[in-house]
Ligand binder design. Sequence first.
Ligand SMILES: NC(=O)c1ccc[n+]([C@@H]2O[C@H](COP(=O)([O-])OP(=O)(O)OC[C@H]3O[C@@H](n4cnc5c(N)ncnc54)[C@H](OP(=O)(O)O)[C@@H]3O)[C@@H](O)[C@H]2O)c1
Length: 251
Amino acid sequence: MNKTLSGKVALITGGSRGLGAATAAALADQGADVAISYVASAEKAAAVIGSLKAKGVRAVAIQADQGDPAASGPLIQKVVETFGKLDILVNNAAVAWQGKTIDDPEIDNTAMDRQWMINTMGVIANIRAAAKVLPDGGRIISVGSGLGTRVAFPGTTDYAASKAAIVSYSKGAARDLGRRNITVNVVQAGMMDTDMAAGSKGKLPPIIMESHAIHRFAERDEVAAAIVFLAGPHAGFITGSVIDVNGGFTA
Ligand SMILES: NC(=O)c1ccc[n+]([C@@H]2O[C@H](COP(=O)([O-])OP(=O)(O)OC[C@H]3O[C@@H](n4cnc5c(N)ncnc54)[C@H](OP(=O)(O)O)[C@@H]3O)[C@@H](O)[C@H]2O)c1
């Protein structure tokens, strides 16, 4: 079978579990060597590396806190030192600290600020660092959320805005890097049954699922497939775009 990413090196942030682990597997299935980052789950990251190597690709896990923009340069550098280059950056790592309105006296604004650092400033730092080493034709894909387009319920202001910001940044980066044929896109995922949405499946107020055209959660593989497509050879003219894989939540 032809593998679309043979010879490519990908970094996926937050690859220790959830969508990141599924995307790492999907990239490896297409022949890419894969680096993953994580912040705390060393054992889970090691298990992911084992399953990637079992697919016949090279794989490495690197601990790096995306909430610290100074960690981005060393993270990218470590990938280049390990594999000799970086072709594909997937910004997947994020947190979703939601549930309280901005006027709630109990809201933890220190946590909200850290969420911005992880979800937005860390992503920006990764893009800046990757832009220095990506070759002509390199790929940058960031995982957003349908909430970045449509803030459909209260209690999610900071998370939603942290995701919206990476859309504009990606559009600008697409303009800046287009002369090098580097594409920069965002995949806005729908709700998935991962740790981030732990316990939500089947328990959300009906209005939330009814606000989707297709009334179900996304499968991780459905979102990973869009990322792999954008990383692949048939997507070289797609840039500055947002692909929604969220069952019509933003329709
Ligand atoms: N799940 C959903 O319903 C949903 C919906 C829309 C969009 N999304 C987006 O999809 C992406 C993946 O989400 P998920 O559901 O797979 O999340 P998840 O299961 O909670 O996994 C989060 C991943 O990010 C890593 N991470 C968290 N904080 C980090 C930090 N400070 N530095 C480095 N890595 C960090 C975690 O590493 P550790 O294991 O080391 O903690 C883990 O690998 C995110 O961008 C999220 O916003 C998710």
